[in-house]
Ligand binder design. Sequence first.
Ligand code: PGA
Length: 252
Amino acid sequence: MRKPIIAGNWKMFKTRDEALQFIYQVNQNVPSTEFVDSVVCCQAPLLRDLVKRKGENLAIGAQNMHYETNGAFTGEVSAQLLENIGVEYAVIGHSERREYFNETDESVNKKIHQAYRFNLQPILCVGESLDIREANETNAFVKAQVEKALKDLTDEQVSTLVIAYEPIWAIGTGKTATKEQANDTIKEIRNVVKELYSSKVSEELRIQYGGSVKPANIKELLSMSDIDGALVGGASLDAVSFLELVEAGLKK
Ligand code: PGA
């Protein structure tokens, strides 16, 4: 049994006041981590405030981090500092970072290694563009992304990894993948992990779906065999909506 994981990705939204108000609104009602992992990933300057004020069932995540421990990397954030201030998760390789900030499969792989070095739980994002889906090349594309991202990771690391399958054409567009499309590609990802590692590792690894998930469609997505949770952008910004999403995780 894989524990569902629901993560909000706030992207570049919310002021400090808005973020704290959200935390105070959700704190009492986030379900126990015994049943579902609930995570909020925010902008770096908010991380420490949220870590200090969050309730015990919520975890806080970064949206990016550097793969070196320290050095002359102006503007970057280190995994060491994230661990140091109590951050528990790091989103790695989000399609927006791949598209606008030169994130490559190689840097993604280095960042996952670095996240594990500093006890951060990586959420690795993969997913195809509309062109790739329409050319029927989704499986080959996602397979290559996963293989490169996992290079030289151990069985133990991969069995605890979280992958978010996010088709780019479904992100922020209101166009959700059908539950069958999402489940099929996620099964394919599990299969790639099985080939690279073992069936045990592929059965333990958690794989989320992301792309226009909202309270109205999360239940049907989570009803599918291989979808273990969701990475949610827009619909995670509102406290009531976020609570509905994590409660859906509770019922998986
Ligand atoms: P969305 O974003 O839920 O707003 O589509 C998902 C994501 O980018 O993680």
